[in-house]
Design a protein around this ligand. Structure first.
Ligand code: BGC
Length: 560
């Protein structure tokens, strides 16, 4: 089937020099509140991460991405930021942050942090000032305030819906309304306001000065909005045909904005890098991922798709081609803090993709809505497929993002009582969305003991009794564990890396993918039945092998 992608530019070898370290990096996402708790208050913190730097070094990751650790009222797990330059006291201090950057740096692990520029917390001083200053004030100009409709302005300015469910407008005491794409505690900032622009340039500089190597830009396609006097309806927004002129998404002006960010990045040596979280069609990716703007953009295609050979094949080709066209590299993702974990997702029914490229029903949501009914999720199969998918992902050219616990094959926790849930997506969408808490349950470090080694002060989301089986302790002792598989994959990937081309090889079955990168071959059997193993020396397998390659199993081979 020929050579796909040549992702980093024809013939160009993977560079390991420091300016392009991100192109093929394995980045490990830490959700700080749920990684490890150093001060026994039930909430993970920087001290907890510091105590487990050895785990990250042992695993062999190139960088960590820290989800928000800023001061926050936790209306959206920290994505509601009160002060972009301060660390929440429950999570740590700036001194601890510096110590963490240094400790990771000693193992050559870089730090990427989350920047949340689309909105602030409603407790941010700017929003408080806007509330106090009233109608038409300069302070309200930093957000999107509008008068209501209806005879006395008692109706919202438009019928827009928040992405977490419910209306996207909330009314304040003096009768005006403000826009929030997410929860009502997350008012959208107005990026036409020069102070907003200036502020975030300062924020980027502040963290870059502290040794941060890169930034993950939250909702990067939403920042600039153009709200006409007569607002379009939600239906009109959904079916917008123009490109680059949508009132609230993916506007052309973002290119110019991110160029100004690039100027900041390039002032550093090595230049800082960034990855956009932007849900946009392939042809729009270059605006975010070009070397003149952010440098990379997440590709969620694998995460949103099914465990299916054809889907994987098409996705891989499409993403490599898109990245090649931008001069960037693909960022592969199977898990993050917003999605049902792959070990469970792949054991549940896939409802298919909707016309906008998102799954019709979020993978695994039926199972979550049924409070983890085991009939709806084949757990062993989910894990088998998750391991097989991981070995495909980790063999691809480009960077790979792992989400904490993925290396343990940790399943989603479905059995969280409603009164312990914290995600606004759950509260704003009763009966439709169980939210994202199930992938944010504090990690198990030990087989038994207080919070399975998370910390001595309990866990802010309840851990199930079966958690210890997936603990770092248990899996380190078992050479066949998912943890050892990931570690070996990362080691081999580093050893074999350097070839950006991927060549598809023919197979006898539509359910089998076979590709080569230099001397390295990957064979993935997505079907249920065993198939013959091609020639080659076995490097790694996602499951037990017979003389054939069993179903739902991936192997890495090397010539000779
Ligand atoms: C983050 C979510 C967050 C949302 C609002 C997303 O894209 O990944 O966790 O809820 O942005 O900040």
């Amino acid at each position: 089937m020929g050579v796909a992608g040549a992702a980093a530019g024809e013939g160009e070898a993977v560079s390991t020099d420091s300016a392009t370290w991100w192109r093929n990096a394995v980045v490990y996402q830490i959700y700080p509140r749920s990684f490890a708790d150093g001060n026994a208050d039930g909430i993970g913190d920087l001290a907890g991460i510091l105590a487990h730097v050895d785990h990250l070094a042992w695993l062999g990751v190139d960088a960590v991405w820290l989800s928000p650790f800023y001061t926050s009222e936790l209306a959206d797990g920290g994505y509601d930021v009160i002060d972009h330059r301060a660390i929440d006291p429950r999570i740590g201090t700036l001194e601890e942050f510096d110590a963490l950057v240094a400790a990771l740096g000693a193992h050559e692990i870089k730090v990427i942090i989350d920047i949340v520029p689309n909105h602030s917390s409603d407790l941010h001083p700017w929003f408080q000032e806007a509330l106090a200053s009233g109608h038409g004030s300069q302070a309200r100009g930093r957000y999107h305030f509008r008068d209501g409709t209806g005879e006395r302005g008692e109706l919202p300015p438009s019928d827009w819906e928040s992405l977490f469910g419910g209306p996207a407008w909330t009314r304040v005491d003096d009768g005006q309304w403000y826009l929030h794409t997410f929860a009502k505690e997350q008012p959208d900032l107005n990026w036409d306001h020069p102070e907003v622009r200036r502020h975030f340039l300062d924020v980027l500089e502040f963290w870059a000065d502290r040794g941060v190597a890169g930034f993950r830009i939250d909702a990067a396609h939403m920042l600039i909005k153009h709200l006409p006097e007569a607002l379009p309806s939600q239906a009109e927004l959904n079916s917008w045909s123009g490109v680059g002129d949508h009132p609230v998404l993916d506007r052309d002006e973002l290119r110019e904005l991110y160029r100004t960010w690039r100027e900041v990045f390039n002032r550093y040596d090595p230049p800082r890098t960034a990855v956009a979280e932007a849900a946009v069609p392939a042809e729009r990716v270059p605006m975010y991922a070009s070397p003149e703007t952010l440098g990379q953009s997440f590709f969620f295609d694998l995460l949103l798709g099914d465990y299916d050979a054809r889907d994987f094949h098409d996705t891989i080709d499409r993403c490599l081609a898109t990245a090649a066209a931008t001069g960037s590299s693909v960022t592969w993702v199977l898990n993050n803090h917003d999605t049902v974990r792959s070990a469970s997702r792949y054991g549940t029914r896939f409802a298919g993709m909707g016309p906008n490229g998102f799954p019709l029903v979020k993978h695994g949501m039926d199972w979550l809505l049924a409070h983890g009914d085991p009939v709806l999720c084949d757990a062993p199969r989910g894990l088998r497929r998750a391991r097989a998918a991981a070995l495909v992902m980790l063999a691809l050219p480009g960077s790979a993002y792992l989400y904490q616990g993925e290396e343990l094959g940790l399943p989603e926790v479905a059995e969280i009582p409603d009164d312990r849930r914290a995600d606004p997506a759950f509260f704003r969408n009763p009966g439709v969305d169980m939210g994202r808490d199930g992938c944010r349950v504090p990690l198990p470090w030990t087989r038994t003991g207080a919070s399975f080694g998370f910390g001595d002060g309990g866990a802010h989301l309840p851990q199930p009794a079966w958690f210890g089986r997936y603990s770092v302790e248990a899996e380190r002792e078992d050479p066949n564990s998912t943890l050892h598989m990931y570690r070996e994959a990362l080691r081999l990937r580093r050893e074999l890396g350097g070839i950006d081309e991927l060549e598809w090889l023919p197979t006898d079955s539509d359910e089998v993918l076979h590709f080569r990168r230099g001397p390295w071959q990957v064979v993935a059997n997505f079907g249920p039945a065993p198939v013959p193993l091609p020639e080659g020396r076995l490097l790694l397998a996602s499951g037990e092998l017979g003389k054939d390659l069993p179903g739902e199993t991936t192997v890495w081979l090397v010539d000779g």
